[in-house]
Design a protein around this ligand. Structure first.
Ligand SMILES: [Zn+2]
Length: 413
């Protein structure tokens, strides 16, 4: 605990250096190179693990991306134990979502400004502070001269915000262990379950014309409204109380169908020929993803069939990005019990469990690779929105809990 405290200002500086890298999709190598020296300092063997689609495609839980991985990589650090202990994977993503519109922020999204104990920035909570916590937890253990029996494997990954293929690539490359911790910002509580998450792109075709002749043309943006209404209706139905999965009992609106991107047109005085809409939608654990995709596509088709224009030129539905199953996590697994007891020891309070409405990379470990995992990290807010923040004291507490967990799990001497 003392070692965490004495390394604290360095930890905050490291977090600020991570946040200073605008590591959005396709631009993640910079942040990896900021983190790499720390892994080396920790005595880890550092490896850059690329994302090879030919390998990924054969893995369970693969999501087909709509973008290239050329030249991009994850970082894997391996610290060999002295033997006799259990191994542990620490996994955190370093990709972030865009910060735009930056002018809606009261703080520079990339500067790591601190106000009243809150640290602001894109990725501050989701989840660069969690990455700082897991690495500085390990550093504290080492500084306390504790020699770990089991190996520690750090996975710093990309593509968590759109597919999970970064983590999948690490696992496929053999970066595995007896258990895993992912410090996503769930307010020092453990995630008990999360829904499945999928992405779709709907394309609607209209009939372009000069605006002067718009009354005789077909506006694709206005036709997309038909599809949008259908998505809203589907969302209402799947969230019906009688369909509610018991793991989401206390959750007000478990399954969010989000219109995340909507694009049409290229000129104000032209009727737009094409409109595209990207939707993130979700389902309960145990639902078959093919059936969930079919349900979505069928709903779009049914709405189109009732429209004079769309009946003739039906919308196109394409699935890309997230194709992630829902999961229920075992709160009684060994790793969950060790972490909960460390949380209790550090904070004096019982560790709560919360159902998440977002997916997390833990799913690969538990569902596809048979590695029990826990998602537990600091407290933050405004994720994927302006003025994202993380509570610094919660980061410090999280670091202490993780240090204790690493020592307990891997066996410290
Ligand atoms: Zn995250």
């Amino acid at each position: 605990m003392d070692a965490v405290d004495s390394g604290w200002s360095e930890q905050v500086a490291f977090l600020r250096a991570l946040v200073a890298q605008p590591s959005v999709l396709g631009r993640t190598n910079g942040v990896m190179e900021v983190a790499a020296p720390l892994l080396a300092q920790l005595g880890m063997r550092v490896e850059r693990v690329g994302l090879d689609l030919d390998v990924l495609r054969r893995q369970p839980g693969f999501s087909s991306p709509g973008w290239s991985y050329e030249g991009l990589y994850n970082l894997v650090g391996r610290l060999a134990g002295t033997g006799g202990g259990r191994s542990l994977v620490l996994n955190g993503h370093l990709d972030v979502v865009p910060s735009t519109p930056d002018e809606h922020w009261n703080h520079d999204p990339w500067a790591g400004e601190i106000e009243d104990g809150l640290f602001f920035g894109r990725g501050a909570a989701d989840m660069k502070s969690g990455v700082s916590a897991m690495l500085f937890a390990l550093r504290a253990v080492k500084e306390a001269d504790a020699r770990l029996g089991g190996d520690v494997v750090a996975q710093l990954v990309i593509d968590e915000e759109c597919s999970g293929n970064g983590t999948l690539a690490c696992l496929a490359a053999g970066a595995v262990g007896d258990a895993c911790i992912v410090p996503e910002p769930f307010g020092l509580a453990m995630v008990s379950a999360h829904p499945g998450v999928l992405w779709a792109r709907v394309t609607v075709r209209g009939r372009a014309a000069h605006a002067a002749l718009a009354s005789g043309a077909v506006n694709s943006a206005e036709k997309m409204y038909v599809v949008l209404q259908a998505v809203r209706e589907l969302e209402r139905e799947v969230n019906a109380t009688e369909l509610r999965h018991p793991a989401f009992e206390g959750v007000e609106h478990p399954l969010n169908h989000n219109v995340g991107q909507l694009h049409a047109g290229d000129w104000t005085s032209s009727v737009p020929e094409v409109c595209t809409m990207d939707v993130r939608f979700s389902c309960y654990p145990g639902e078959d993803l093919d059936a969930v995709q079919r349900r979505f596509a069928d709903r779009v088709s049914a709405a189109a069939a009732a429209d004079e224009w769309l009946r003739e030129i039906p919308p196109e539905v394409r699935f890309f990005g997230f194709r992630a199953e829902g999961v229920i996590y075992d709160g009684a697994s060994d790793i969950a019990r060790v972490l909960a007891s460390c949380h209790q020891a550090v904070t004096g309070r019982e560790c709560q469990r919360v159902a998440s409405t977002a997916t997390i990379d833990n799913r690969f470990f538990d569902l596809h690779f048979g590695i029990p995992s826990v998602c537990y990290g600091p407290a933050g807010g405004q994720l994927h929105a302006p003025d994202e923040w993380v509570d610094l004291e919660s980061v410090r507490t999280c670091t202490k809990v993780l240090a204790c967990t690493i020592a307990d799990w891997c066996g410290a001497r």
